[in-house]
Ligand binder design. Structure first.
Ligand code: PRP
Length: 209
């Protein structure tokens, strides 16, 4: 744990970053990451924010370096850790989908599937649970390239607007899970700071002015 009185919050780099920063600002919690700087503090020193790679966020919260984190259940699931979710956010909803080139047939039940994905745990567990044998090719990004270049016919990936699929002549074959964004907490941190965390949740939910 940090030896500080600030409430520590890990934010994921990327598309959620600005949405979450805006949500905090709308409720009077303002902070700016200076050029290339990965930590930022509110003027009243009540909150300190860390900008971390999406997939690393659960690690910071699990170790209590950040007491709070904001991330999707895709990232939580891949981390293999169960966190207390204190709030569901209204922003950043996506869908975990099976996708492929336009016209690729939906796999038949039980048919062996080869997919490229960043979400290997999810893909393995999902298809194992429905009795579909699966081979997964792990990628770390730009997963849509796999069917385009012929690495695999199928991908399991997040779809938000669908524009990346469309731009690459791909389409959704199956929606596997709706993905929401949550505020998660480190359980020990929550025991120590529950009053402030509950107040923050009430503020962000608009329970009080
Ligand atoms: C995510 C996801 C898709 C894309 C979908 O990738 O993995 O590639 O967004 O968004 P869309 O439906 O709005 O087009 P991200 O941008 O996080 O980066 P990555 O390609 O490096 O994984």
């Amino acid at each position: 744990m940090l030896e500080t009185n600030e409430i520590t919050v890990a934010l994921p780099k990327g598309r959620l970053e600005k949405l979450v920063q805006k949500m905090f600002a709308e409720h009077g919690i303002r902070f700016e990451f200076e050029d290339r700087k990965l930590t930022a503090c509110t003027a009243d020193k009540k909150f300190r924010f860390f900008l971390v790679k999406n997939s690393d966020l659960p690690t910071y919260v699990r170790h209590g370096i950040a007491g709070i984190g904001i991330c999707g259940d895709d990232v939580i699931y891949e981390s293999g850790t169960t966190f207390t979710k204190v709030m569901k956010l209204d922003c950043g909803n996506t869908r975990m989908c099976l996708a492929g080139k336009v016209g690729t047939p939906k796999p038949k039940p039980g048919q062996k599937l080869k997919v490229a994905s960043k979400f290997t745990r999810f893909a393995a567990d999902y298809y194992n649970s429905i009795g579909t044998p699966i081979e997964i090719v792990k990628l770390n990004g730009s997963v849509e390239l796999a069917p385009v270049l012929g690495l695999t016919d199928y991908i399991v990936d997040l779809v938000e607007t669908g524009s990346t699929l469309t731009a690459n002549n791909l389409e959704i074959i199956d929606v596997l899970k709706e993905i929401s964004v949550y505020m998660i907490v480190n359980p020990s941190y929550y025991k120590m700071r529950y009053k402030e965390i509950d107040e923050l949740v009430s503020l962000l939910r608009g329970d009080r002015r």
